[in-house]
Design a protein around this ligand. Structure first.
Ligand SMILES: [Zn+2]
Length: 388
């Protein structure tokens, strides 16, 4: 009798483990672009076709996504005091929008500040909302603003975006500094001191090399891909992926820059307008949406599909090893492929990894374990540096 109870218990535990979903975090969710929109509710189900969005609580539930890094994205602008001040205000407002969203739904969302918060928040049945900065342009020449953003909860940042700025060269712009500027090198030290993860996505190769050399802790690429799969400056060559892994870092695979795709001028102009959609009236949002639908209907450029995305994931694992790859698909920032149009489809990634022979343990590392390891390393360094 006791033996069969014990066996039942073991079977139940085994079934439990077999059914257990990995803790799933994506490192590049541009969803805060929608948070300030009039009439837009993160806890309600939306669709990309209807309002451009790819992430909300119901679709996260469907795809199994438990949270991730919600991005304070700031477009590049003039490198002068006026430009810096405007960017600072923009970025602070985005941080406020993230807080307002979490505060409005305390039963469904919670801000996460440390690696260990993720599991605790998810165990309470909520989504873990970490914050990151895409582009450190908003700090201008005042490094103390990094601490301001850190106090607001930001735990990851990259120095530049599409344009080279006061801190570093961009992957998609002409080099000005051949790596970091003198201020950018101090930015690295301050990021380390504050326990913030250094994000190499959008940085030039020279900046990436200097990050590896200068950072006291492993770095991350929050949404990048493999140049061996598609040769683009936003992707990383195999040699650099191997060096990243050897230094303990992690590359989170993007669903953008998977193949050559000529962008249409009309779509680019529309995407620029979408960046300020949270400042539009409901009527203007609807007009923009109608234009978007019309453009999509006549857009016959080839698009990457889910297999191409997985090709990137599997190539990165081949080069870096399973301890150094994760997922950061640039949702609400241009991400999505045929067969994986929004986060509701993320279960397909887990299924494809299983089909490729990866264990549940490996899959958990890819979905969150590797990210949380590097985040904890940044926290630990900050604590030990403060004690010195
Ligand atoms: Zn980006």
């Amino acid at each position: 009798m006791r033996k069969s109870v014990l066996l039942c218990g073991v079977a139940a535990l085994w079934l439990n483990l077999a059914d257990a979903k990995p803790l799933m975090l994506d490192t590049h969710l541009d969803t805060p672009v929608h948070f300030g929109r009039e009439g837009w509710d993160f806890t309600k189900r939306h669709s990309f076709a209807d309002d451009f969005s790819q992430v909300d609580v119901p679709r996260m539930d469907e795809g199994g996504l438990d949270g991730g890094f919600f991005v304070i994205y700031t477009p590049s602008g003039p490198l002068n005091a006026k430009g810096y001040a405007a960017a600072r205000d923009w970025a602070l407002m985005r941080a406020v929008h993230i807080r307002e969203q979490v505060a409005a739904h305390p039963d469904k969302l919670a801000l996460a500040f440390k690696a260990e918060d993720a599991g605790k928040i998810v165990a309470e049945g909520k989504k873990a909302i970490f914050q990151s900065m895409e582009n450190s342009y908003p700090i201008g020449t005042d490094l103390s603003l990094l601490a301001t953003f850190q106090h607001l909860g930001v735990r990851m940042a990259g120095p530049a975006h599409f344009k080279t700025n006061q801190l570093a060269d961009s992957a998609t712009d002409k080099p000005r500094w051949h790596g970091f500027s003198p201020l950018g090198k101090k930015w690295v030290a301050e990021m380390n001191r504050l326990g913030m993860l250094i994000d190499g996505s959008h940085s030039s190769d020279e900046v990436f090399d200097q990050m590896l050399a200068l950072s006291k802790t492993p770095i991350i690429l929050s949404h990048s891909g493999c140049r061996a799969v598609y040769d683009h400056p936003r992707n990383l060559d195999d040699g650099r992926i191997a060096k990243l892994a050897a230094a303990g870092g992690v590359i989170q695979i993007n669903s953008v820059y998977l193949m050559k795709r000529e962008s249409s001028a009309d779509m680019e102009a529309l995407e620029d307008r979408m960046e300020v959609i949270d400042q539009m009236s409901a009527a203007d949002q609807a007009r923009l949406n109608a234009e978007h639908k019309a453009l999509l209907a006549e857009d016959h450029r080839p698009r990457a599909n889910f297999d191409r995305f997985m090709e990137n994931v599997l190539h990165a694992i081949k080069i870096a090893g399973v301890d150094h790859v994760g997922i950061g698909a640039d949702w609400d920032g241009g991400g999505g492929v045929i067969g994986m149009e929004d986060v509701a489809d993320l279960g397909k990634v887990t299924a494809a990894l299983k089909a490729a022979g990866y264990s549940d343990q490996d899959i958990e590392k890819i979905w969150s374990g590797n990210l949380l390891r590097v985040l904890k390393a940044a926290e630990d360094y900050s604590r030990s540096a403060a004690m010195k």
